[in-house]
Structures are given as C-alpha cells and as structure tokens.
Design a protein around this ligand. Structure first.
Ligand code: DC
Length: 237
C-alpha cells in the first residue's frame, strides 16, 4: 500500500455486526504495522465467562452475577502469526474459538449493555491504544473510547449481505445453523446495539461512512489508502 506512513495514529472503526469490520481492520493493521484490537471479542469473552459460570441461564442474563464475576476476569491478547491477528485469552485460557458461537452471539448484547462491563473494557481499550498505532474495531470507539482518534470510519452493509457472510463463516466451521436464525440475530443485534442506553452504536459526527455491501476487500483497501493519506497530509500541515 502506497501510504504516507508518517505519524502513528488511532484508527477507530465502528459499525454493525458482521459487516466485515474485523477483516478490514486486520488488513489495515497488517499493512501499516499497527496493532489490531477487536473489542467485540472482549465483550464476547466476558459473555462466554458469564455463560460458563452460571450468570446466564436459558438465555437470561443475571446482571448482578455478571458484575460480581468481573473482578475475576482478566483478558489478554497474544499475536497468532498463523491468523495474522491476536488471539484472545481469559485468565490465561485461549478462548478465540469459543467466543463466536451462536450461543455467545445471542447473549452478548445484554452483557455489553451492563455499565460496569463497559467501564472495565473501555478502560482496558484506552490503555491498549495509549501509544497510538492501533486499529480498533467496535461500536463506540470513535464516540467513547477514542473520541480524539485521527481517523474514524463508520462501516455499514445491507443486513442480508451481512447475514450471508456470517452464515458462510459458521457453516464452514461446521456449526448447524439456519440462514433465518442468523438473519434474525443480525437484525435484533442491530436494534439492541443502537437502542441501548449506554454507548449506543452511532456514527461519530467526524466519522466517514464506508458501505461495503458491494465492495471487494481490495476495493475497500483502495478506499482506505486514499483516506489514510488524506489524514496524514492534513496532520503534516
Ligand atoms: O463485533 P462483534 O459482533 O463481535 O461484537 C459483539 C457484541 O459486542 C455486539 O453485539 C455489540 C458488542 N460490542 C459493544 O457493545 N461495543 C464494542 N465496542 C464492541 C462490541
């Protein structure tokens, strides 16, 4: 990528679930030599821990029990060269493969709307980005975690296109899921993410929109290169 890679900046990527944020963010980070942080994985990791420790039963999240579990949850990332991204660990256990099941997806919205959960994870995210040179993806990165990020991108894509992508991803892994179930999950999470009281998903005023419904990864990279160079040129002035 022909970039004016002068200043290390924070690149905040927010948007709906399954619109390719992680793939996009991972490619950018690899090309720039930046650290990629998938904040959705952190909310998923807390959800998995809550499921495994009885704080979620039959899909019902017991908020008090989740909050009580928080002090015993330590999240860390370790770079996995095979994936070209960092794997997530909870209390030293690798959970990367366990956090993307439909069971976790179905419970992650209520867990991520708990104030104490957000406070803990946002503080960790701010700490991880303090040296800049990071690409962070999530829902509230440009609005809450790093309102001073130099480049903010708001990603979106048609809900059916997103459900199709997640369906392929899950069935390739051998998960038995139906397309309708995935589409329902995508639509209900969009609604929950945008309507929750704390840090709802919304476009930061200074974010630029990327609708990738009909764009290849290469086209998205070209688009990004242009925007990144624009920001670097402005910073150099
Ligand atoms: O990006 P994802 O689908 O893996 O995220 C999982 C859930 O976590 C999503 O439903 C919303 C929540 N989330 C959040 O509330 N804030 C973030 N910064 C990232 C994710």
């Amino acid at each position: 990528m022909e970039t004016l890679n002068r200043r290390k900046i924070i690149i905040a990527i927010d948007g709906f679930s399954s619109c390719g944020k992680s793939t996009f963010a991972k490619s950018i980070a690899a090309r720039l030599g930046y650290i990629f942080i998938d904040t959705g994985a952190m909310y998923r990791a807390v959800t998995l821990y809550a499921l495994e420790h009885g704080a979620i039963r039959s899909g019902i999240v017991d908020e008090e029990r989740v909050v009580a579990l928080l002090p015993e949850i330590t999240i860390s990332f370790r770079f996995n060269p095979q994936r070209g991204a960092s794997d997530i660990y909870v209390n030293g256990d690798l959970v990367e493969g366990k956090i993307r099941t439909i069971e976790v997806s179905n419970c992650v919205s209520p867990v991520s709307s708990i104030r104490e959960v957000r406070e803990k994870l946002v503080a960790m995210q701010q700490q991880m980005g303090r040296a800049r040179g990071v690409v962070m993806d999530g829902r509230d990165i440009g609005t809450v975690v790093f309102p001073d990020a130099e480049l903010k991108i708001y990603m979106t894509a048609d809900a059916k296109v997103r459900a199709e992508r997640r369906y392929i991803e899950l069935t390739e892994k051998g998960d038995k899921v139906s397309f309708e179930e995935i589409l329902d999950n995508v639509i209900s999470r969009d609604k929950a993410d945008m309507s929750r009281a704390i840090s709802p998903l919304r476009k930061a005023d200074d974010a630029i929109v990327l609708d990738n419904s009909a764009m290849s990864v290469e086209e998205q990279m070209e688009w990004f290169e242009h925007e990144f160079n624009r920001v670097q040129a402005a910073l150099a002035e």
